[in-house]
Structure formats: structure tokens, C-alpha cells
Design a protein around this ligand. Structure first.
Ligand code: NAD
Length: 261
């Protein structure tokens, strides 16, 4: 239990990767602030289940991180609820797929606001708290698309490259404050975000989901399997450990060989 009595805020943790990370950090004893959208009853159940499974305190704040005030308010409500904020995982993210020349401007604005600006704004709010405590871990969930591009994902790729830049800057500024800042760069992880892309692709090509899923993996990943949210959670736990205290300012790929090509 490496995180007993510590508090972790995981943005976008009502599903997918964020939920996997929240679960893994709770298993290490961290109290958890969940965030994200979804059915109110299902989220209440998630709070109860996570707390009971791991014997930790869990709460939920549905702050909309697209709003410029959202990330700062979420960080403050976490500190007010638990008294500390030790681990910040910036994970909330959205996607839109279209060529540059027809990419909707409002989708560009939303993806930059959530996938990039919210990462900056929550780090900005959390860093003074972590500095005062003398310890902290910031983990930004970027993507293989933080390191390489794919067609039709201009806003997402631009935002994720930006997240890597912001991660490096914060890591330099905090290098001697016992606060590390890193980015996790997953390849394909089967979550609602990817399921939506699969459904769109299958509808457009008139194929079955399973065939489209194989094609999607084959296009990008030498290793033809999805990474699990649990594996991303395990990587986050490692980054919070004492063994990882000198790992900072770095993108860590967990992508089935995607960017090795
Ligand atoms: P997901 O759709 O399952 O989860 C996204 C989470 O963000 C949900 O909890 C959702 O409610 C929340 N969210 C959406 N808009 C929000 C807002 N305005 N304010 C607060 N929360 C909001 O997606 P996922 O695949 O688990 O993605 C999580 C992160 O991982 C994203 O940053 C994504 O870019 C990144 N990522 C995913 C993959 C993949 O293959 N799934 C690969 C690389 C990186």
C-alpha cells in the first residue's frame, strides 16, 4: 500500500482509462476524487463500490473541464474534501475525426480546451498545493498521438503533442521539489472513446465490429492487441512509487510498438 493516506484526483474517471487508473491507485490505498460525466445513479454506485473494494474514501465532482474555471475548481474541491492533493492524473479527453479542411471549428476549440488547456489549468492549480506538501506526482494521459500523427485527427494530435510539451516544462520547474511530471502515451485501449470510432468505421465501411477492430489494430500497432485500462493503472502506480522518483519529464509509451516503427 504505497499510497495510504494520499489523495489522488483522476479527471475523466467515470469510464475507460481514468476508471482503470482510479481503481489501481485506490488498490494502493489512495483516497480518490472521481470526475467525469455519466448516469448519476451509476456514478453513485461507482463511488460506493470503489470505496468498499479498497477500504479508501472516494468522492465525485462532476466539474465540466471544458469550462476555463472547471479544472481550478476541481483541484480546490479535492483539497477541501480530503485535505491534500498528492497525485493528479489528467486523463479526461475527447476525440473528433475529420480532415483538416472540413474539421468543425467548435470541435477544434473543445478538444484543445479539454485535452490541452485543462491539463495546464489543473497543473497550475495543483502545483502550489504539492509544493507546500513537499511531494507530488502529476501524470498526464497523452497518447501515441503525442509523439506521431494520424490523418483526420488534427485537434487531437495537436493537443496531445502540446500535453507532452507542457509535461516537460512542468517537470523542469519542479525538478527539485520532489514532484515528478510525466506523460503516459497509450496506443489502442478498448474504451468508449475507441468503441465510438470503431462503430463509425464499421458503419462507413459496411463491416462487422470485430473485423474493423482487427483492421484498426493492424493499421497502427505491430502488436495486434488492445492495452487494458488496468495496465495503464499499473503504470500510473509505478510512476507514483519511490522507485520512480527520478522519472520525470518523459513520455512513457504503452502502445504495442506503435511508435517504434
Ligand atoms: P472515455 O471516453 O472512456 O473516457 C473519457 C472520460 O472523460 C469520461 O469519464 C468522460 O465522462 C470524461 N469527460 C469527457 N468530457 C469531459 C469534460 N468536459 N469534463 C470532464 N470530464 C469529461 O475515453 P478513454 O479512452 O478512457 O480516454 C481517456 C484518455 O486517454 C483521453 O485523454 C484519451 O485521449 C487518452 N487515450 C485513449 C486511448 C484509447 O485508445 N482509448 C489511447 C491513447 C490515449
Amino acid at each position: 500500500m504505497t499510497l495510504r493516506n494520499k489523495t489522488a484526483l483522476v479527471t475523466g474517471s467515470t469510464s475507460g482509462i481514468g476508471l482503470g487508473v482510479a481503481n489501481a491507485l485506490a488498490a494502493e490505498g489512495a483516497n480518490i476524487m472521481l470526475n467525469g460525466f455519466g448516469d448519476a445513479e451509476a456514478i453513485d454506485q461507482l463511488v460506493v463500490d470503489l470505496a468498499a473494494r479498497h477500504g479508501v474514501e472516494v468522492d465525485y465532482d462532476g466539474a465540466d473541464l471544458l469550462r476555463a474555471d472547471g479544472p481550478g475548481e476541481l483541484v480546490e474541491s479535492t483539497r477541501a474534501r480530503f485535505g491534500t492533493l498528492d497525485v493528479l492524473v489528467n486523463n479526461a479527453g475527447i476525440q473528433h475525426v475529420a480532415p483538416v479542411e472540413s474539421f468543425p471549428i467548435e470541435r477544434w476549440d473543445a478538444i484543445i480546451a479539454l485535452n490541452l488547456s485543462a491539463v495546464f489549468l489543473s497543473m497550475r492549480a495543483a502545483i502550489p498545493i504539492m509544493r507546500a506538501q513537499g511531494w507530488g506526482r502529476i501524470i498526464n494521459v497523452a497518447s501515441a498521438h503525442g509523439l506521431v500523427a494520424s490523418a483526420n485527427k488534427v485537434a487531437y494530435v495537436a493537443a496531445k503533442h502540446g500535453v507532452l510539451g507542457a509535461t516537460k516544462v512542468a517537470a523542469l520547474e519542479l525538478a527539485n521539489d520532489a514532484i515528478t511530471v510525466n506523460a503516459i502515451c497509450p496506443g489502442w485501449v478498448l474504451t468508449p472513446l475507441v468503441e465510438r470510432q470503431l462503430e463509425e468505421r464499421a458503419a462507413a465501411a459496411g463491416t462487422e465490429l470485430a473485423a474493423e477492430s482487427d483492421a484498426m489494430l493492424a493499421e497502427k500497432q505491430p502488436m495486434r492487441q488492445f492495452t487494458s485500462p488496468e495496465a495503464i493503472g499499473a503504470l500510473a502506480v509505478y510512476l507514483c512509487s519511490d522507485a520512480a522518483r527520478t522519472v520525470t519529464g518523459t513520455p512513457i509509451s504503452i502502445d504495442g510498438g506503435w511508435v517504434a516503427q
